[in-house]
Design a protein around this ligand. Sequence first.
Ligand code: GLN
Length: 545
Amino acid sequence: MPKYIFVTGGVVSALGKGIASASLGYLLKSRGLTVTLQKCDPYLNVDPGTMSPFQHGEVFVTADGAETDLDLGHYERFIDEELTRLNNVTAGQIYEAIIAKERRGDFLGGTVQVIPHVTNEIKERIKEVASSDTDIVITEIGGTVGDIESLPFLEAIRQMRLEHGAENVVFVHLTLVPYIKTAGELKTKPTQHSVRALRDIGIQPDLLVCRTEHPLTDDLKKKIALFCNVEIEAVIDARDVASIYEVPLRFHEDGLDDIVLSKLGIENGAPDLALLERLVERVRNPSTETRIAICGKYVDLKDAYKSIIEAFVHAGAENDTRVRLLWADVEEIERAGDAGTILGGCHGVLVPGGFGERGIEGKIAAVGYARRNGVPYFGICLGMHAAVIEYARNVCGLTRAHSTEFDADASAPVIDVMAEHTGIDNMGGSMRLGAYECRLVSGSRARQVFGVDVVHERHRHRYEYNNEYRELLESRGLVSSGVYPGQDLVEIVELPDHPWFVACQFHPEFLSRPGRAHPLFREFVAAALEHSKNEVSECRSTSST
Ligand code: GLN
């Protein structure tokens, strides 16, 4: 029987519940326990696959092809375990299942209700995520206490505590202790109110993880403990830190994992935190700086590129460099006409995945700039489409080459909809999703970078490199260096005569881990660092982090 830790959030959203849950998972795993992490999202969408990045940020794709919440990316990066579609539950999935059962007649004669039918379905999903060797299931409940939508989830976890006992179920509540500038003080009242709201629905938290800009003094901890009915050691100081990889280290210092384990009656050895300590040190004090332009549409919405940003943190640390990401707005590149005015001075150019026509010509122009000027180029998914289109137009003379995603009547459809997806009307879950095999061509840069013949990488796309144009493009120098043998789909293209020009159909960012950067990111950053040695001019971009 696994033990369960439920993480709820209060006061405001965006407190970093995902990172707090993942950090706790990291600590427990590093103490020798088998841990899995799960997110319950109370919204009615079946999955976030059809939501705009403005609503939801990045869609994280699991190996089994589920389109999930971006917190699953944090979970996988921190606990380094492959998660599945069971690890992200939405209210949409719960209601879809219950309504299907009702139509089938499973409840014949009965009234179908939130309690017990919805809560039972939620409890089943929580229990289902554990495998036979799982010691701990950490389930994060999305949203903020007080939301109408999250009530059935909170009720379900309340019932689980009663059914499994306090020694098997722990409630962790993440809250905010704001600093009020005019008073010059940290204030505990929002935390008190949030805990009261939880207690109103029958949940007494065991631990409070308090996000704060300033250290929580012992007096403040005492006050929070008294008013919220928790032990003083169970009030954890979650101060703002520069890198998310510091969070587990600070949590451990403040005793989070010790108190969680003592509440669950588990005695395990001390955690080994050496890997994270090394990473944090490298992130803090790199020897060099590398500037990489990310050419996308969501320059003010960094959540849309969460896994890419983290992959650069991992790759930067392994190259002992700080990767400064310059967010280049592709529509601005289109308006400028000359991509060099925006990308000049960057040491590497990345075009990430994306959907829709807006800004596509700016992305193609960014590829052309990198290709002509010998600037390292890395294309991901739509970034590979842009690379193929640019090469077809400007090297192979197919001036009207395009993707049928943007021009259904393109005279040279070098990127076209995948055969099995023609005629599909359903937008949800209908792309090529999840892990597929990719065979690397011997002698290619891709083969050299990966160091193996076969890799499995995750996908999320409808369109692909059109094999009808492959011979022509290959004859003019665009090497197909990775192929999915099942359907002979091109997965990687590269230019051997360029310092570093690699574009892939899959999303390598989903597989990058702290201490084990994805090889394509690692080598792209290495190439950018090399390029930086020849570059002095200043880079202009719309914003930077
Ligand atoms: N829009 C493109 C497709 O559907 C690329 C998708 C992506 O970049 N993730 O194929």
